[in-house]
Design a protein around this ligand. Structure first.
Ligand code: PGA
Length: 254
């Protein structure tokens, strides 16, 4: 069995509820194969609008960009996985590089957030990726293994669904894209590490997404690369036409 294929959009700090509604009215991707999941990560404030306006003809799920590991408490400004599930979202980005690098999120916190997501039936999309410096120093494997191990530290049997997004930090929002071969190499490392932990069959079913300057013009070659099951798109997911074009670039199932 192969992994589900996923076209995901991370809106970051863009689009309030009214812009979210306008996007969903305009978003009209071509029909996709069975088993393809479209996934949007609006701001937490726009989750309610996205869930309510989601066109029922599309296989579209809604997630959040971050969760706290506690269920409730004195954590001003945070949202819990419990609240996210209550609001009708089903997925959560965890450990996005902007959270790690701009807000100081640690590997250990990422692991706690993943556990909180599982605890409330949310599917985490675990983001990992190396900086340019780490890549130049030949530390790609070390960094990816450390991040993925920490994220999955609390997972006992690998039974719950999760995805991993490989997003090289140097490719996010920079217009620099990893080549399809770079993406395949990193994804193969991740698949191997997950297989070491939960067995090869389980690893085969974990969707591995590539992210970092994915655009309509390069999505096709990235999505065709081996071990790439989908993409996580930032800037180009803000435009309904561009995001639909990226979804349309997914090659039919072999
Ligand atoms: P980008 O962002 O497509 O704008 O590079 C990707 C991401 O950060 O998820």
């Amino acid at each position: 069995m192969t992994a589900r294929r996923v076209i995901a959009g991370n809106w970051k700090m863009h689009k309030g509820p009214s812009e979210t509604r306008a996007f969903l009215h305009a978003f009209d991707p071509p029909p996709s194969d069975d088993g393809v999941l479209l996934l949007l990560f609006p701001s937490a404030l726009s989750v309610h609008a996205a869930v309510a306006e989601r066109p029922s003809r599309l296989p579209l799920a809604i997630g959040v960009q971050n969760v706290h590991w506690e269920d409730a408490g004195a954590f001003t400004g945070e949202i819990s996985a419990a609240m996210v599930a209550d609001a009708g979202a089903t997925h959560a980005l965890v450990g996005h590089s902007e959270r790690r690098h701009l807000f100081g999120e640690t590997d250990e916190e990422v692991g706690r957030k993943v556990e909180a997501a599982f605890g409330h039936g949310l599917e985490p999309v675990i983001c990992v990726g190396e900086t340019l410096e780490e890549r130049r120093e030949g530390r790609l494997e070390e960094v990816l293994f450390r991040q993925v191990d920490a994220a999955l530290a609390g997972m006992k049997d690998g039974a719950s669904d999760f995805m991993v997004a490989y997003e090289p930090v140097w490719a996010i929002g920079t217009g620099e894209t990893a080549t399809p071969d770079d993406a395949s190499d990193a994804h193969a490392l991740l698949r191997r590490r997950i297989a070491d932990r939960f067995g090869p069959e389980r690893a085969q079913r974990v969707p591995l997404l590539y992210g970092g300057s994915v655009k309509p013009h390069n999505a096709g070659e990235l999505l065709a690369a081996s071990d790439v099951d989908g993409v996580l798109v930032g800037g180009a997911s803000l435009d309904p036409g561009d995001f639909a074009a990226i979804a349309g670039a997914l090659p039919p199932h072999a």
